[in-house]
Design a protein around this ligand. Structure first.
Ligand code: MN
Length: 730
């Protein structure tokens, strides 16, 4: 029966494999164009006649690619010059007739869909093409995979899973067919993967360990397995790439052409030497570090125990833990598909032991429970293959039922179709393919992400590019770091990759402190950052420690207080500093404040900063209070608020409004000199802002919301309703 099936189904046909790959690839690309279609109706998503990318980190790679095309970048500007994705982008820009913006927008669409290739290749090894076809369809657009590889998601994710699957395929092919060419494929894919995504080291190491375990349990006598392990170890050792390639080629040619030279004993000695070398070159360190970071979440924020900074991973959504429902939907788009997929996975591992080698990839996906959303994508193709196998088994049962005698007696007409088994098979799998895609398609239609920035903001940053020099610094929150550097070609203090508590503290301070302290801190932090690059202060130390040393302070709180003083002498400027204050920052201003509004000696928050803002409110009846949030109402005459049942009076009401010429007018209405709160109504945004004195005096509120800047300290460069840029005058 089984043999007969595989003959009917042509499950060993290279041709059919290729057809299925192409069909699945095209569907995956096609579905990703839905977002392009949707987004194209919004003019404020466009810049340079192209939709803008939707991932923050993408701007880091875009900056790197831009600099590579230009052929230069500034020392210590943190540009991703030479990074893998930037390099690939530059290559595509050179060979394709499209603009840079177009290429970075669509790369994820065309590259991430390549995942169907290793899936189909694995299915081919298992002579299970139809399962592979279903798996390719399901995996290529499963929720989490789609989210991280959709159009505009310009990030290394577009190849991360595909490369892991290629390594898996080469391993599976090695153990199932003993094809000696796999001794080249395996290290080649590991090297490509390591170049593309250096963090793949842990996954590759885990695959090596799994392969060792598999060999010991099921395949002890296969010499080729040990040979492959040695090649894997070489490709994972921290030595120059050229040396790795030479070593791999030498080993491969000896194994391939002079295999009589090698016996098990010599192989063991060789393996031992390379393993020793692997350890000496620090091969075990990353594993220990990763365990510490992701499992125990005790990141060594700073080696300096003198300061207790606010820890950043509490505020990043990506790193938060998730529920099992969300997990299953992210992996397979629907809980049903996931459960069938898991059943199929166990069945496949039982039938094809080689598939046990996929355990590390699946495990990394399951790690999402501990380490956060971003890891679910690894489980996607593995569970999808399980689901494909499940559907395939359903089909076999269906065929058995069609051929059963009781069925034949009743429905002779249907029998005709049994004479065309290929058509029947094709219809069955096309039908199930479409059905299985429905949850993903629904998700794609629902999941509408915006570009990182809108056109108006990008135009402002682009105008800054013409004003600021490449060595100048722009101070803003880390969320905007990469885009600022890409559009304005300047330096930043913090960005999507540099935002530990100690990095964020000074920036948070400049945004939330009053203007004098802000100006001093901005100058200090910029100059000390450059001093650190110039190796005048040690690399791992916080700048704060050295500032205090230079200014003769032992107590950090006294030092920060001294920054308020008009007599404080900040370092001599080596370059200009700009503040980039976008409107969108108002929504995260409370989070920003948390990073500096604490006692650095014990890490305890001060709780003296009140900042509330909303554009979402309604009046209770005609003359009732205005409901600002669940526990906060504003009296109808705007003179007091009711916060958690407590009445707190308003000191002054400010109303801001742009006139016809785009100039901001601020009108102040004093209510009660002794009251603690300030109410600002930003009429053009229909937005209320309620702040206490400390938040009211903050540089962001003064400079962005009220345009009330100290003319000795700041000079406006751009005053636009979506973002304001000030230049520091000293
Ligand atoms: Mn630069």
């Amino acid at each position: 029966m089984r043999r007969k099936n595989s003959e009917i189904l042509l499950e060993n046909s290279m041709f059919l494999t290729a057809i299925m790959m192409i069909v699945a690839y095209c569907i995956s690309v096609f579905l990703r164009f839905y977002w392009v279609y949707w987004a194209s109706s919004y003019p404020h998503f466009f810049y340079n006649n192209e939709l803008m990318i939707s991932t923050n980190d993408g701007y880091a790679f875009a900056e790197g690619a831009r600099d590579m095309i230009a052929g230069f970048h500034q020392p210590n500007d943190l540009s991703y010059y030479g990074s893998s994705l930037s390099t690939l982008s530059v290559f595509l820009v050179k060979i394709l007739p499209f603009s840079f913006e177009t290429i970075i927008l669509y790369m994820s669409v065309f590259i991430s869909s390549l995942i169907v290739i290793p899936i189909m290749l694995i299915a081919y090894e298992f002579k299970n093409l139809y399962a592979g076809f279903i798996a390719s369809l399901v995996a290529s657009v499963a929720n989490s995979y789609y989210n991280r590889t959709m159009a505009g998601y310009y990030d290394t994710d577009m190849l991360n899973i595909t490369l892991a699957m290629f390594v898996l395929w080469a391993l599976i092919r090695l153990v199932t067919s003993k094809d000696r060419l796999c001794l080249l494929y395996i290290p080649a894919f590991i090297l490509i993967y390591s170049w593309w995504y250096p963090s793949s080291f842990s996954l590759n190491s885990a695959m090596l360990i799994a392969f060792l375990g598999y060999t010991i349990v099921f395949d002890r006598k296969s010499r080729i397995n040990y040979e492959a392990m040695i090649l894997m170890l070489i490709s994972l050792t921290n030595i120059a790439l050229s040396l790795q390639i030479v070593l791999i080629l030498i080993c491969f040619f000896i194994i391939y052409f002079k295999s009589d030279l090698i016996n098990l004993k010599r192989l063991a000695i060789l393996g031992g030497i390379i393993f020793l070398f692997f350890i000496i070159r620090g091969g075990l360190n990353p594993i220990l570090f990763q365990l510490k970071f992701y499992i125990f979440r005790s990141v060594a924020d700073t080696k300096d125990i003198a300061f207790k900074f606010f820890n950043v991973n509490q505020t990043i959504m990506e790193s938060s833990t998730i529920s099992s429902d969300i997990f299953m939907k992210r992996v397979s788009s629907s809980i049903t598909i996931f459960i069938f997929g898991l059943i199929g996975y166990f069945y496949l591992c039982f039938k094809q032991r080689a598939f046990l080698l996929s355990l590390p990839i699946l495990a990394l996906g399951v790690l999402a429970f501990k380490a956060g959303l971003r890891f679910t994508i690894y489980a996607v193709p593995i569970i999808a293959l399980g689901y494909g196998v499940f559907i395939k088994q359903i089909y076999i049962l269906f065929m058995l039922w069609l051929r059963s005698t009781s069925f034949k007696k009743n429905k002779t007409k249907v029998l005709k179709i049994l004479q065309y088994p290929k058509t029947l098979t094709a219809l069955f799998f096309i039908f199930f393919g479409i059905i299985s895609l429905i949850p993903s398609i629904r998700h794609i239609i629902m999941y509408k992400t915006h570009p990182v920035f809108f056109t108006s903001e990008v135009e402002i940053l682009n105008s800054l590019k013409k004003i600021a020099k490449r060595e100048d610094y722009v101070i803003s929150w880390w969320d905007y770091g990469y885009p600022i550097r890409y559009y304005s070609d300047v330096k930043t203090l913090i960005d999507g990759g540099k935002h530990l508590g100690g990095d964020n503290f000074p920036v948070s301070f400049t945004l939330t402190a009053d203007e004098v302290a802000s100006a001093n801190m901005a100058r200090l932090e910029v100059e000390y950052t450059e001093m650190q690059y110039a190796k005048k202060i040690p690399f791992m130390d916080t700048h704060l420690k050295w500032m205090m040393k230079d200014y003769g302070f032992n107590n950090v709180n006294l030092f920060l207080k001294a920054l308020n003083s008009p007599n404080f002498k900040a370092p001599k400027p080596s370059r200009d500093i700009y503040y980039y204050l976008p409107d969108r920052m108002i929504d995260i201003f409370n989070v920003i404040a948390e990073f500096s509004n604490l006692d650095l000696k014990d890490g305890k928050p001060y709780n003296n900063f009140f900042f509330f803002t909303t554009q979402n409110y309604q009046q209770d009846g005609k003359n009732g209070p205005i409901l600002l949030s669940e526990n906060l109402t504003l009296s109808e005459d705007l003179t007091y608020i009711n916060y958690n049942g407590r009445q707190i009076d308003i000191n002054t009401i400010y109303t801001t409004q742009y006139d016809k010429n785009g100039k901001l007018n601020v009108e102040a209405r004093p209510i009660d000199d002794n009251a603690p709160l300030y109410l600002i109504f930003m009429s053009d945004y229909a937005r209320f802002v309620i702040v206490n004195k400390k938040a009211f005096d903050s540089t962001y509120v003064q400079l962005y919301v009220l345009e009330n800047y100290d003319k000795n300290l700041f000079e406006p460069v751009v005053l636009n309703p979506v973002a304001k840029i000030y230049k520091l005058k000293r």
